[in-house]
Design a binder for this molecule. Structure first.
Ligand code: AGP
Length: 616
């Protein structure tokens, strides 16, 4: 969850580390800190700066870093924290140092055996300053460095740590390098002009890097690194180098008040880029990147989709398309639950892991579990070279560009499109769909981009129509069939950004209990595609209206009687029912942003959340 960045080189390293921190704030805003290796005539020392003041940590650091910039700094590391072990206070902020102050580390993940390690270190005379699990690494490294070169020392320390994590170390005795190692948790390396980087996320260094590198698991990688006698570490040139085509302006707020609003505004572009990369000009499938044997996929007897949060909701939408087009049974599971239900998996199972970041630990673990049981695995992810992209048998990239906002918007649209296209392709492979029909459906998806753009363009008017809701405090989202996951996503967005109670229900399920909660304070938001279930949706509107709830309908096409029953109607284009989620979710994204803004909340810093959840 925490953000990590490190830099080594002749360029302005202190500034580069700080810029990385600014770009990693979405990883955790409990505290921020950095350590710089400052070279002076008397030798090198580590200068550590930390701040843990709500909302102002980075500006505090910026003032302090100004003075360090003028000194000779060739290596530095930084960290933004999402607290797990130890309160979000200054003493627990990273980097953590050893007793001598000559070793500094930053860490992301959880050290499951840290209590045992800490007790042994305390007994051996080490003095701890924080309550974190992370600090043990600095002290272990202090001891290990006495008898081994830095890379061997870090490797031996890392072997003692249980759990999934990434660690980056800075050593005063080796001022021209930093060391990095990871297990499951994200870490990539990069190179720019006169500078090398390591970072938990691409956006941290996108503006300076020209080449990216994958950091392998359980192997120490040296960044920079002239002087030390490395025995086992790999340098950047030994690592795979994926092509990353993200633009640095996509991680800068070009006139928007927040990344949330900016990324919402770019939803249609994200959708279009994803579709263009997966569909050729004749409506044919472009699935080469999937790199899976089509004959193998043809024999699939069951599909299981796993994901978390917004990605899970995309999976729920995708189930309708895959079952409809490919006529293969689809299960969809919350990734964190999947492995614990002792799932029935065999060689006839295709597991699809959906994840924007490609780094959600729950989703990684679910995919690995299924693979171990014999399943073939595809990941649908937005991040080239991410963990899920690497461990799956095949990968389908969404091309939404970098997503910085903690609350996802544009990538959700791209995920739905990718799963829709996967369903069509499986349908073709399995002989359920004629190629012409599949191409026709692909063209239909391409045409929906314009419809989505029209809803996004109308976001000002939608926000104005929904303005009366910004003072409301209790929300229910309802939908049937493919509109149910849209309702779930709407409720999640509102909860994430405004912290208000918001629940989603299958519209037909409401009368089996939840309707008891409805009164005139409740807002019910009904998602209504233009499909064969319209009459049922109208029945549900009657029910909630009769209980005095304030009713908002997000309705595809001509509202007709919906307009008589709802207090507010947001009309979206009448698209084919399976594609309704693409147009239906946008007003809900707008609503969540408006309610949170009206409540004075920062859309890019939702309470208690971090962009990528790398702990179980
Ligand atoms: C989305 O708004 C949320 N921040 C969250 O639910 C997110 O979708 C979830 O953590 C999964 O992330 P991933 O797609 O990167 O795996």
């Amino acid at each position: 969850m925490c953000g990590i960045v490190g830099a080594v080189g002749t360029d302005d390293v202190a500034r580069a580390v700080f810029e990385g921190l600014e770009r990693l704030e979405y990883r955790g805003y409990d505290s921020a800190g950095l350590a710089l290796c400052v070279e002076e005539a008397s030798g090198a020392t580590l200068e550590v700066m930390k701040a843990a003041s709500a909302g102002t940590s980075l500006s505090e650091l910026k003032d302090r870093i100004g003075t360090s910039e003028r000194r000779r700094v060739r290596a530095g590391i930084g960290h933004t924290r999402w607290a797990t072990h130890g309160a979000p206070v200054l003493v627990n902020a990273h980097p953590h140092t050893d007793c001598s102050g000559r070793v500094a580390i930053v860490h992301n993940g959880i050290i499951e055996n840290f209590r045992t390690l800490r007790s042994a270190l305390v007994e051996a005379g080490h003095r701890f300053r924080s309550e974190t699990d992370s600090e043990v690494i600095a002290h272990l490294l202090e001891d290990a460095l006495r008898g081994a070169p830095p890379d061997v020392a870090l490797a031996s320390v890392f072997a003692q740590l249980s759990g999934h994590m990434a660690v980056v170390a800075l050593l005063a005795d080796h001022p021209d390098l930093i060391l990095a190692v990871r297990r499951t948790s994200p870490l990539m390396a990069a190179r720019g002009r006169g500078i090398e980087f390591v970072a938990s996320d691409v956006p941290a260094v996108l503006h300076r890097a020209t080449q990216f590198f994958e950091v392998p698991e359980d192997e120490v990688v040296v960044i920079g690194g002239g002087s030390a006698d490395m025995v086992a570490a790999r340098g950047l040139d030994d690592l795979p180098s994926p092509a990353i085509d993200w633009r640095s302006q996509d991680v800068e707020l070009g006139g928007f008040a927040s990344f949330y609003e900016m990324e919402l505004a770019f939803g249609a572009e994200a959708l279009a880029q994803t579709i263009t990369s997966l569909v050729d000009e004749h409506g044919g499938a472009l699935m080469d990147e999937l790199a899976l044997d089509p004959y193998e996929l043809k024999r699939i007897r069951k599909v299981v989709v796993v994901g978390a949060g917004t990605s899970f909701h995309a999976g729920l939408v995708g189930r309708f398309a895959i079952e409809h087009f490919a006529r293969v049974p689809v299960e969809v599971d919350v990734a964190s639950e999947y492995r614990y239900r002792d799932p029935i998996v065999d060689e006839g199972t295709l597991v699809i892991a959906v994840s924007q970041s490609g780094e959600s630990l729950d989703t990684i673990v679910a995919l690995r579990e299924a693979q171990a049981a014999g399943a073939r695995a595809i990941s649908v992810t937005n991040v080239v070279g991410s963990q899920l992209a690497r461990i799956a048998d095949g990968v389908l990239y969404t091309r939404a560009g970098p997503e910085v906002s903690v609350a996802s918007t544009k990538t959700h649209l791209a995920q739905i499109a990718a799963l829709h296209l996967l369903g069509l392709w499986l349908g073709e492979l399995r002989g359920v769909l004629f190629p012409d029909e599949a191409s026709q459906r692909r063209r239909e998806l391409t045409e929906v981009v314009g419809a989505v753009a029209s809803v996004i363009d109308a976001r000002g008017a939608i926000a104005a129509a929904l303005e009366p809701l910004t003072v409301r405090e209790r929300f229910f989202f309802i939908g049937r069939h493919v509109a149910l996951p849209v309702a779930m996503e709407g409720a999640l967005k509102l909860k994430e950004l405004s912290y208000l109670p918001a629940e989603a229900y299958a519209a037909g399920e409401l009368k089996h209990g939840p309707i008891a909660m409805l009164d005139s304070d409740a807002v019910v938001i009904a998602l209504i595609p233009q499909d064969r279930l319209r009459a049922k949706a109208l029945g549900n509107l009657e029910e909630v209206k009769a209980r005095g709830a304030h009713v908002v309908a997000v309705c595809a096409g001509e509202p007709g009687r919906v307009a008589e029953l709802a207090d507010t109607v947001i009309e979206v284009p009448a698209v084919s029912p399976l594609l309704f989620p693409l147009v239906g979710v946008v007003p809900l994204q707008v609503l969540a942003g408006s309610v949170a803004t009206a409540r004075g909340l920062n859309l890019d810093r939702p309470r208690n959340l971090a962009k990528t959840v790398t702990v179980e």
